[in-house]
Design a protein around this ligand. Structure first.
Ligand code: IPE
Ligand code: IPE
Ligand code: MG
Length: 260
């Protein structure tokens, strides 16, 4: 049923003029934006609400920001939803987060198709429940042929875990004689990460003020621009995203070289 839905991504993208009205220039946009969506718990606490209410409100921000990034013409949006270290949280919070995730993947499927998004995930899959994995699989499959923005959710994701996994796979190839140790390059390592085939993020946004990367895409963000806001994720909206994109446009990326 979803396979028949036509993609409308290009129709709903902002024109150059509409981008200019928002103070954005297409030529200076990041291709890949990655977001550490932090502060759901603090948002809830500041309103005397249970933490889970913060996570629920965070889903609303996800919806708004996914659609806005897609309309702006971002090629990939990666959202850090659950880290491999988040299993340290109380069981009740883990369960509720997994339920919210499953609900999101089901409810958002038609919206993902309407916006013509390509859905993907990165992270371990062996610790996520079968039900959530099944729903993820369905959304990945039905959105495969879309040509809009890639929406990538980092689930049970930890960068060190990912690197260990890559090192093991590469070592096994060397041990089997299929790969020469001298032929291990940057590219080979990248190809063994969960993000194989994806561009590195150009811009990393973190909400809720913490100045750290919390085990997120350590290899891939080597030369990403970082932008941190004090705002909690549940209150992050389009104007905040625009602020980040405008600031990104002013950054001089040298990649170790000199300004042109
Ligand atoms: C981010 O919000 C969502 C997840 C990590 C799942 P937090 O739950 O970390 O919120 P704070 O940092 O405690 O405020
Ligand atoms: C980072 O937030 C992980 C996600 C947003 C999913 P955390 O709340 O887990 O990070 P720390 O504990 O503040 O570093
Ligand atoms: Mg946090």
């Amino acid at each position: 049923m979803f396979g028949k839905t036509t993609s409308v991504a290009s129709e709903s993208e902002y024109t150059t003029e509409e981008l200019a009205q928002r103070g954005l220039d297409r030529a200076r946009l990041p291709k890949h934006v990655a977001i550490i969506m932090d502060g759901n718990g603090r948002w809830a606490r500041s309103r005397h609400l249970p933490r889970i209410e913060g996570h629920r409100r965070g889903v609303k921000s996800v919806r708004v920001i996914v659609e806005e990034c897609s309309r702006i013409g971002i090629e990939q949006l990666t959202l850090y939803c659950f880290s491999s270290e988040n299993w340290k949280r109380p069981r009740a919070e883990q369960t509720l987060l997994m339920k919210l995730l499953e609900q999101y993947v089901i409810e958002e499927r038609s919206e993902i198709m309407r916006q013509g998004l390509r859905f993907a995930t990165i992270g371990r899959v062996d610790r996520l429940g079968d039900r959530v994995l099944k729903e993820i699989g369905k959304t990945v499959a039905c959105s495969r042929e879309n040509d809009g923005m890639r929406l990538c959710l980092a689930l049970d994701y930890g960068s060190r875990d990912e690197i260990v996994h890559a090192v093991r796979n590469i070592s096994a190839q060397v041990a089997a004689g299929d790969l020469n140790a001298d032929d291990i390059t940057d590219e080979v390592v990248s190809q063994h990460l969960f993000t194989a085939g994806m561009p590195d993020p150009d811009l990393v946004i973190r909400t809720a003020g913490e100045m750290r990367v919390s085990n997120f895409l350590l290899w891939q963000i080597s030369y990403s621009e970082l932008w941190v806001t004090e705002k909690y994720w549940p209150e992050f909206r389009e104007p905040d995203l625009i602020d980040a994109l405008q600031e990104f446009a002013t950054r001089h990326r040298r990649f170790g070289g000199l300004d042109q």
